[in-house]
Design a protein around this ligand. Structure first.
Ligand code: TMP
Ligand code: MG
Length: 225
């Protein structure tokens, strides 16, 4: 029998600050896999096409105001509404490549400095709503040093695209990485050097992913479980 039939698709997540080159690399990866004849699809978070996604989009464009807790839960709900389809695709042998996931959810919300307190939302509050979502087999954190990020930062108009917010989020991403390694082990999260040309970064990513896109043995895990 075909040995590949016992393998499921890999769930690969890309994370990082705004303007780190993440979306470019995700698109190139999905293109490459398709050219190689593999079954792969892109999943963007937030997915702005759904009803919840439209609320998130309005918030990010400052067309709507929302309590910090409420928007945090909407970002999570936006993942939950896609979770069954992700699981199903993985089990059908499709590699799912996500552009952001729960880790952005935690890092950005925890980084917020509210007017009433000196801290963002409590880290533990940020973590809980995503508990038992599909667990990524690998998260690639696109790491750009602060100086390079500042040089690149042709920020857009969206809500979190400020130097202060990005610096605070950078710190939270370190804590998120530690949490992933603590709960799920050291192999689930890799920092990828995002400096250099698109091709150089692409090569590093290819090296980090290795044979994962050939399929994974074993069930899809649960996040934070
Ligand atoms: P995008 O630019 O990749 O579309 O993401 C929009 C912004 O939303 C970006 O600044 C990161 C932020 N974000 C959260 O705050 N929480 C989340 O759960 C996700 C997925 C993104
Ligand atoms: Mg953006």
């Amino acid at each position: 029998s075909d040995p590949s039939s016992s393998r499921r698709g890999a769930f690969i997540v890309f994370e990082g600050l705004d303007r780190c080159g993440k979306s470019t690399q995700v698109a190139r990866l999905v293109d490459r896999l398709e050219r190689e004849g593999q079954k792969a699809r892109l999943q963007k978070f937030p997915d702005r096409t759904t009803a919840i996604g439209k609320m998130i989009d309005a918030y990010l464009q400052s067309k709507a105001e929302m309590d910090d807790h409420a928007i945090h839960l909407l970002f999570s709900a936006n993942r939950w509404e896609c979770a069954a389809a992700i699981r199903q695709d993985l089990n059908r042998g499709i590699t799912v490549i996500a552009d952001r996931y729960a880790f952005s959810g935690i890092a950005f919300s925890a980084a917020k400095v509210s007017r009433s307190a000196e801290m963002g939302l409590p880290f533990d509050f940020c973590l809980q709503p995503d508990r038992s979502l599909p667990l990524p087999d690998l998260t690639l954190y696109m790491s750009l040093p602060q100086e390079e990020a500042t040089q690149r930062s042709q920020f857009g108009e969206e809500r979190y695209e400020t130097v202060t917010m990005q610096q605070a989020t950078r710190k939270q991403f370190r804590l998120v990485a530690e949490e992933v390694k603590k709960i799920h082990g050291g192999t689930k999260w890799i920092d990828v050097d995002a400096r250099g040309t698109i091709e150089e970064v692409e090569e590093r990513i290819k090296g980090s992913i290795g044979v994962l896109t050939d399929g994974v043995i074993g069930r899809v895990g649960e996040l934070w479980v």
